[in-house]
Design a binder for this molecule. Structure first.
Ligand SMILES: Cc1cc2nc3c(=O)[nH]c(=O)nc-3n(C[C@H](O)[C@H](O)[C@H](O)COP(=O)(O)OP(=O)(O)OC[C@H]3O[C@@H](n4cnc5c(N)ncnc54)[C@H](O)[C@@H]3O)c2cc1C
Ligand code: SF4
Length: 587
């Protein structure tokens, strides 16, 4: 019998696995997708090779790319952006690691305390949480982002609007700042020589950290020839997973985690013990052979993400007495604003985003640079028909009086003629409310080899008044930033749901009536079962990019498991954080 089985090796699972293995527990980490081991051979910078949702190396599907991707039922005109494989959706992520605004935590007493989702706060204070933030920030590590021309453009817009610059990590006022991100700063020749010099000066160790190649969204494999734990972007496949696999090397008394990939968990097993439904282990299916395996554990931790955890829970027949399993799904109700400029903006260069503006109580706006195919994709997704040609009668609500929608015809020609490096794009990240209607349930579509599939219900056109008002507020600010930076023309997409910041579908909370987890991340209705990924978050983390907050929460949950289930001392190992770039890690 294992001490702990963790289901899912994405953003959250490896954090729990690493923390508990460092303390000497026997941990099995199960991941449904592949582990990309040799990035120089397996990954390219071809967008279709990477991002094709059916066949790309970054997709949601089994390890064998010749086999079909896993389908999920989603609302029409939306895209659920989740990845399988070691690193999970962090393989895609930009590494942005802002802390949530303190207003989304219990006990916040600022003057704007009623501006947040006050019905669904974190069930503890921001002050209690800060040491866990600091621990993750040290481990990844999180640093101030390397910046380029697109960030200069963003800062110019913010400065011209009179916004103050924010320098500390705790944000309580409207402001702008460089991102804090989990990307190693460029060193050596990185960022200084041309991209076709890969074999020589852009290879490790002549170059270290970010080479500013501009491909964060299709997986970071730079600098070439670097040991895995020295790859620039700290997605968990480059940070927490190598640490978990080598915990016996760098942690006194530590034990290395066993990782099994192509291992999709189909059942959480329980039995009645002392009158309580108690988790006893899991069964998984091996993708390559179809074989099923079962193992038992003292503790089971779910980290399959916001859409898959509810599915696994419901397929396993686990209790759901308050009907909150899968409910309260938040997604930052994104929108997308971009401008065309008569000057070079460097939009396709460098990290995905290295600048942001913060609007506590409302959410955030960040600059974004992405490669051309994804840019076209983003411009083709709107909830408002075709800009200037066909209004579908919906359109943005609130005070927006300009056109919105997909860009086509002469306007598209105009945009494309300007070119990607004279464009400038911003993502609107709304502090959206936890609403019971937004949820994951089981679909009536045919089951796949793992059981009934997940059905995602996001009510894009029927969000709470606060969510809608926040989104409109942030769109207006983004338009102002673009104009103040000198944009010749500004476009608003009124984005259809591009679902990639997902939170809170198995939320922790104060109240038994609207949460699945207690304040320790433990399932209320199943003993020995914990959740440690974005679905455990109590709310939309105030519109901040969620992964840092989730990883801090997963660190806290690991500590609760260690102390309450294994009689551990929470202070063991705390005095000396080991950074994931430590030479002893390296796997
Ligand atoms: C393009 C893009 C950019 C992003 N940028 C940022 C950013 O800059 N900053 C930020 O904070 N966030 C960002 N995010 C969001 C970030 O990726 C997520 O917050 C994070 O990955 C969530 O971690 P998770 O563990 O909840 O889920 P995931 O990372 O999705 O991991 C879940 C894992 O569990 C596995 N799994 C699921 N079910 C099972 C099962 N039954 N058995 C076995 N394995 C299973 C999956 O295959 C997957 O690997 C971005 C996302 C996208 C798509
Ligand atoms: S810009 Fe390139 S090297 Fe830098 S983090 Fe992104 S993918 Fe990695």
């Amino acid at each position: 019998m294992r001490d702990v089985i963790v289901v899912g090796a994405g953003g959250g699972g490896p954090v729990v696995a690493k923390e508990l293995a460092a303390k000497g527990l026997d941990v099995l980490l199960l991941e449904g997708g592949p582990r990309h081991a040799d990035l120089d051979k397996e990954w390219t910078h071809y967008e279709n090779d990477a991002n094709n949702p059916l066949t790309g190396f970054l997709r949601f599907g089994p390890a064998d790319r010749a086999k079909p991707a896993w389908y999920r039922e989603t609302p029409q005109n939306s895209f659920l952006w989740q990845l399988s494989g070691v690193g999970g959706t962090t393989q895609h992520y930009f590494g942005n690691c802002p802390r949530a605004y303190p207003g989304s935590f219990a006990g916040y007493a600022g003057a704007d305390r009623n501006a947040y989702d006050v019905a669904h706060p974190f069930p503890f204070s921001y002050e209690e949480f800060v040491p866990y933030y600091e621990w993750v920030e040290a481990t990844l590590p999180v640093q101030t982002a390397a910046m380029g021309t697109k960030e200069e453009v963003f800062f110019r817009g913010c400065e011209n609007l009179g916004l103050p610059v924010q320098t500390g990590k705790t944000t309580t006022r409207n402001s702008f700042r460089p991102q804090e991100n989990a990307i190693l700063q460029p060193g050596g020749f990185a960022g200084k020589v041309a991209g076709n010099d890969r074999e020589l000066r852009l290879a490790y160790p002549q170059s270290t950290g970010c080479t500013l190649c501009g491909y964060c969204i299709i997986g970071c494999s730079h600098p070439v020839k670097a040991p895995r734990n020295q790859i620039a972007k700290r997605s968990t496949d480059n940070s927490y997973v190598p640490m978990a696999l080598t915990a016996d090397r760098w942690s006194p008394g530590g034990k290395r985690v066993e990782l099994r990939t192509d291992a999709f968990v189909t059942q959480v097993h329980t039995e009645q013990r002392n009158g309580k439904t108690t988790a006893t282990g899991v069964t998984w299916r091996v993708g390559a052979t179809g074989e099923k395996h079962r193992e038992d554990a003292k503790v089971v931790v779910l980290a399959g993400g916001c859409t898959e955890n509810p599915r696994l829970w419901l397929n396993s027949g686990l209790p759901n007495p308050n009907d909150w399993v899968g409910r309260g799904y938040t997604d930052h109700h994104f929108d997308w604003v971009f401008g065309t400029f008569d000057e070079y903006t460097g939009s396709s260069k460098g990290t995905g985003s290295s600048a942001r503006s913060d609007w506590p109580g409302r959410g955030g706006v960040m600059n974004v640079g992405i490669p051309p195919a994804l840019l076209s994709f983003t411009m083709a997704m709107s909830d408002s028909g075709i800009r200037g040609a066909y209004a579908n009668g919906r359109g943005p609500t609130g005070t927006w009086d300009g056109p919105a929608g997909r860009v086509l015809g002469n306007e598209l020609k105009d945009v494309m003629t300007h070119g990607i490096d004279r464009m400038f794009a911003m993502l609107i990240m709304t502090d959206d409310d936890v609403e019971a209607q937004n949820r994951t349930s089981l679909s009536a579509l045919p089951a796949d080899e793992h059981g009934s599939i997940a059905k995602l219900e996001m009510h894009q056109r029927n969000r709470s008044a606060r969510t809608v008002a926040n989104r409109e507020f942030l769109v207006h600010r983004a338009v102002e930033i673009a104009r103040a930076a000198g944009a010749a023309k500004v476009y608003r997409m009124d984005w259809a749901p591009i679902i990639l910041h997902v939170q809170s579908s198995m939320r922790m909370g104060h109240s038994e009536t609207n949460s699945v987890l207690d304040e320790n991340g433990a399932a209320r209705w199943v003993d020995g079962l914990y959740i440690a990924d974005n679905s455990a978050l109590p709310n939309s983390v105030s519109g901040a990019n969620p992964t840092l907050s989730m990883q801090a929460l997963s660190t806290r949950t690991a500590e609760k498991i260690f102390t309450s289930r294994f009689g551990g001392d929470p202070w063991v190992g705390r005095e000396a954080p080991v950074v994931s770039t430590d030479p002893r890690v390296g796997a």
